[in-house]
Design a protein around this ligand. Structure first.
Ligand code: NI
Length: 314
């Protein structure tokens, strides 16, 4: 919005002094500051010194934030001789800033300067389109969706079970649903730690499943092959039922946040699986989803057992 559309006080310094020191005045000051100081500059030293400009803008934002959090939005303020609310004033400031943000982008581009946020977006697009890309959009979408879906499905199928149902074992040597969930949590934590360690090592090996993510997932989900995990992944079991699901949610959220935000080059770092050989770190994230699916099928088997408690919350 061009500044001349506003009824800007001629003597900015007088108005500014009279408004000093209350939150209401902070909002009014920011208004004046925004419009007068930068556009009309009445009664203030004009500066094009970069450090001073940055410092003034920074203090202006700080004042604005103080006003936005400390003052009731419905409070009446005097905005250039007209009555308005704090909310109206803040919205006006935001629109005004946005107007000039666009203006600065235009100015920057017109002199051949790429604005910093555009530069970082362009860098990330370039990274996604070259061979050693950290993770393509499609890969990230696939793994985050797989983790979200398998996590939600496990909770949906098991969380509502009664303590009796959770602790039921179809046979002495078989795991209960509670034990299976505990095993899933333990394995997920170990895989995350394994990824962390692998990423810190130099990338010196290739995945034995390079280009075969789907085949690896199918293999892992196939319960015709039984896998005997090491002692460390066996459930104790030692967690309360309520704690069990909370722990699952915590570890899965960690995994999902990592998968959604990591900029590490997951494909170029590998770690060995005891049965399937070298697997890259992106594939290890898929393994977490596949492992969850595999054991969800095992939970279904337990729940389908003839003696599985049908009712009761005891
Ligand atoms: Ni397992």
């Amino acid at each position: 919005m061009p500044a001349q559309d506003w009824d800007v006080p001629q003597d900015f310094s007088t108005v500014n002094n009279s408004l000093r020191a209350t939150p209401r005045k902070v909002v009014a000051h920011v208004q004046l500051h925004e419009i007068c100081h930068w556009a009309h500059n009445k009664g203030q030293e004009r500066t094009t010194n970069k450090a001073e400009v940055i410092e003034t803008a920074r203090s202006s934002f700080a004042q604005l934030r103080t006003a936005a959090t400390a003052v009731p939005l419905t409070r009446k303020v005097d905005m250039f001789g007209r009555e308005a609310t704090v909310q109206r004033a803040l919205l006006t400031v935001t629109m005004h800033q946005h107007e000039h943000l666009g203006q600065t982008i235009t100015y920057a581009r017109s002199v051949g300067v790429t604005p910093p946020w555009t530069a970082s977006e362009q860098a990330s697009e370039r990274a996604h389109s070259i061979g050693d890309s950290p993770m393509t959009q499609a890969e990230r979408q696939r793994v985050t969706r797989y983790l979200a879906e398998t996590g939600a499905e496990l909770l949906h199928r098991t969380r509502h079970l009664s303590p009796l149902q959770l602790d039921y074992r179809p046979a002495a040597h078989r795991w209960s649903v509670a034990e299976i969930v505990e095993h899933i949590i333990i394995v997920e934590g170990l895989i995350l730690r394994g990824i962390d360690v692998a990423l810190q090592r130099p990338s010196d090996s290739a995945s034995a499943w390079q280009g075969r993510d789907d085949a690896l997932i199918l293999e892992l989900r196939n319960r015709a092959h039984s896998l005997q995990g090491p002692e460390i992944v066996l459930p104790k079991p030692e967690w309360e039922h309520a704690d069990l699901f909370r722990r699952f949610e915590v570890v899965r959220q960690r995994t999902q946040a990592f998968a959604a935000t990591t900029t590490a080059n997951l494909r170029s770092h590998c770690s060995p699986h005891p049965v399937y050989g070298q697997i890259d770190c992106y594939q290890w994230l898929l393994v977490i989803g596949a492992h969850c699916e595999r054991h969800l099928a095992q939970c279904e088997e337990v729940m389908a057992a003839p003696r599985f408690p049908r009712t009761g919350n005891i």
